[in-house]
Design a protein around this ligand. Structure first.
Ligand SMILES: Cc1cc2nc3c(=O)[nH]c(=O)nc-3n(C[C@H](O)[C@H](O)[C@H](O)COP(=O)(O)OP(=O)(O)OC[C@H]3O[C@@H](n4cnc5c(N)ncnc54)[C@H](O)[C@@H]3O)c2cc1C
Length: 462
C-alpha cells in the first residue's frame, strides 16, 4: 500500500501499536482451500470468525488487496446501529410483513451480538450502547419525527425500541440548538471502528484462518479466485468488497461507491461536554435529509461525518476523493450551528472513504449454489452492525445450514444493476443533491418530505 495506513483515519491513528501492524505476508503463490474470502473488512472477517468457530476443520483464507481494515471498516463513524437502509414496507413487498419484522428484530439483537462477540474475541472496541438520539430542530422535522414513531408503532415496535422525546427530554441528552424534540432508540452502540476490525483480524488468525494482505484479487470465477500472485482454488468463495466491488470485472454495475467524509475534534473539556451532553455516549444526528452522524468518543472527542461529496464518473475510487475541503468546511459549519460552544476548538483529523450503494438501496447476503460464489454487502453506509449479521448468515450459507438467519428476507435478494454511464453519474449525483436541497425546500414549504419520495426518480422499482 502506498500510503501509511495510520493516515487513513483518526481511528487508525489512535490504534495501539499491537493492533496497527506489521503488514501480513502476501499470497506466496497458487493454492487450494475450502473457503476463500475476498476483502478483510468486517464482512469478510466476521464471516471467517463464525465459520471457523462453526467448523474448525475448514481451511479458510482471506485475501486483502491492502491491509485488514483499509476500507470503510477502519474509517466509519462508529455507529453500530440497528438501521437497515431499506424501509419495512419495501422489505415486506419482496417478502411479507412477518419477515420484515423478523429482519428488524434480528438487527436489534445484532447490536448486542457485536458487543458480545467482540468481548469473546478479546477486542476492546470501546463499545458503549448509549442508543441514538435524532433531534428535530424545525416544526417540519418534528412532524416527521412524530410520523416516524407512528409508523414504527403500526409495525409493532414499542417504546422499548423507539420513543418520541419532548424538547426538555431531548435537550437533557443532546444540548444542540433549536431542539424541539427527538426520536430516541436504545439499539445503537458507539464503537472505535478500527479497534474492532484490526482486533477481528487477529482473532480469526487465532482460530486458524490465514489472511494475506497486499494481495489484489483480479477476478472471481466459479471455483477459483484469480490474483496477481497466483490462483486460489476454493469450493466456496465469499466476495466482501463493498464499495470496491465496482472495480471487479463483471461486477462494475452492482454497487455505486459513494463517499462519506468525517472530522474529529481535539478532546473536549468537561465544560464543553456539560453543554453538549451525550453522557452515555449516545450517537446523534438530526432529521435533515442529507445524512449526518456524530459520536462522542471514549477520549471525549466529537467525531462528526456526513455525505455530500460527489459520486465520480465511472465509479472511480481514488485516495484523493477521501478528502474534500469544501465538505469538511460544511461539516464544521453544521457542527458549529448545532453546538456554538465549539467555537475556537480545533479539528485535529479529517478523512473519508467510499461506501457501497446497490440500485435499490437493499443490502443482501447470499450464495449462488450453482457457482459456489457468495457475497455480503450493499449496506448504504449502515454496515457496522449489519456486516456482523452478514458474517453469521454467510457462515450458515457456506456450510449449507438452514437456520432462522438464512430465512431472513435479505438472503439471496438480488438488486437490479445500476445504469451504464453517464446515466449512473447523473442519477446518483441528482439524488445526493436532492437530499440536500430538500431540507431548505421543506423549511420553506412547512411540509415534511419522505426520503423514499425524494429518491423515487432515480431509484425506480425494486
Ligand atoms: C466515512 C464512512 C462512515 C461510515 N459510518 C458508518 C457508521 O457510523 N455506521 C455504519 O453502520 N456504517 C457506516 N459506514 C459504512 C460501514 O463502514 C461499511 O458498511 C462497512 O464497514 C462495510 O464493511 P465491509 O467489510 O463490507 O467493507 P470494507 O470495510 O470496505 O472492506 C472491503 C475490503 O475489501 C478489500 N478489497 C476490495 N477489493 C478487493 C480486491 N479486488 N482484492 C482484495 N481485496 C479487496 C478492500 O481493500 C477492503 O479492505 C461508513 C462508511 C464510511 C466510508
Amino acid at each position: 500500500m502506498s500510503t501509511n495506513p495510520r493516515r487513513l483515519s483518526f481511528w487508525w491513528e489512535s490504534l495501539p501499536d499491537e493492533l496497527a501492524g506489521p503488514a501480513r505476508p502476501a499470497l506466496p503463490g497458487p493454492t487450494s482451500v475450502d473457503v476463500a474470502i475476498v476483502g478483510a473488512g468486517y464482512t469478510g472477517l466476521w464471516t471467517a470468525y463464525y465459520l471457523a468457530q462453526a467448523d474448525p476443520s475448514l481451511s479458510i483464507v482471506v485475501l486483502e488487496s491492502e491491509t485488514a481494515g483499509f476500507g470503510a471498516s477502519g474509517r466509519n463513524g462508529g455507529w453500530a446501529s440497528a438501521l437497515f437502509p431499506t424501509s419495512l414496507d419495501t422489505i415486506a413487498v419482496v417478502s411479507n410483513r412477518e419477515s420484515a419484522i423478523a429482519l428488524q428484530r434480528e438487527m436489534f439483537r445484532t447490536v448486542d451480538e457485536l458487543g458480545r462477540a467482540a468481548d469473546e474475541a478479546g477486542i476492546d472496541a470501546q463499545f458503549a450502547k448509549g442508543g441514538t438520539i435524532c433531534a428535530a430542530r424545525t416544526p417540519v422535522q418534528l412532524e416527521r419525527a412524530k410520523q416516524e414513531i407512528e409508523h414504527l408503532r403500526s409495525w409493532g415496535f414499542g417504546p422499548e425500541d423507539h420513543v418520541l422525546l419532548d424538547a426538555a427530554e431531548a435537550r437533557e441528552r443532546l444540548g444542540a440548538t433549536d431542539v424541539l424534540g427527538a426520536t430516541y432508540t436504545p439499539h445503537c452502540a458507539a464503537i472505535h471502528p478500527a479497534r474492532l476490525v484490526r482486533g477481528l483480524a487477529l482473532a480469526v488468525e487465532r482460530l486458524g484462518v490465514t489472511i494475506h494482505e497486499g494481495t489484489r484479487v483480479t477476478r472471481i470465477e466459479p471455483g477459483v479466485v484469480r490474483t496477481e500472485l497466483g490462483d486460489v482454488r476454493a469450493r466456496r468463495i465469499v466476495r466482501a468488497t463493498e464499495a470496491w466491488t465496482s472495480q471487479l470485472p463483471g461486477y462494475e454495475r452492482d454497487i455505486a461507491p459513494v463517499y462519506s467524509l468525517v472530522l474529529a475534534t481535539e478532546p473536549l473539556p468537561r465544560d464543553v461536554w456539560d453543554v453538549i451532553g451525550l453522557d452515555r455516549r449516545e450517537t446523534f444526528n438530526d432529521q435533515r435529509h442529507l445524512i449526518i452522524y456524530g459520536q462522542r468518543t471514549a477520549d471525549d472527542r466529537l467525531v462528526f461525518g456526513g455525505r455530500g461529496a460527489p459520486y465520480h464518473l465511472g465509479s472511480r475510487i481514488k485516495p484523493e476523493f477521501d478528502r474534500d475541503p469544501s465538505v469538511y468546511a460544511e461539516l464544521w459549519r453544521v457542527l458549529l450551528e448545532l453546538f456554538p460552544v465549539l467555537e475556537g476548538r480545533q479539528v485535529t483529523h479529517t478523512w473519508g472513504g467510499p461506501l457501497g450503494i446497490p440500485r435499490d438501496w437493499f443490502p443482501s447476503v447470499g450464495i449462488d449454489p450453482a457457482t459456489g460464489i457468495g457475497w455480503g454487502g450493499g449496506y448504504v453506509g449502515d454496515g457496522v452492525a449489519s456486516s456482523n449479521l452478514a458474517g453469521r448468515t454467510l457462515a450458515d450459507l457456506v456450510r449449507g445450514a438452514q437456520t432462522p438467519l438464512t430465512a431472513l428476507p435479505w438472503v439471496n435478494h438480488r438488486s437490479r444493476r445500476w445504469e451504464p454511464e453517464p446515466l449512473r453519474w447523473l442519477g446518483v449525483n441528482v439524488g445526493l443533491r436532492t437530499m440536500g436541497s430538500a431540507d431548505g425546500a421543506e423549511d420553506r414549504s412547512g411540509k415534511p418530505a419522505k426520503r423514499a419520495e425524494l429518491l423515487a426518480p432515480f431509484l425506480g422499482g425494486h
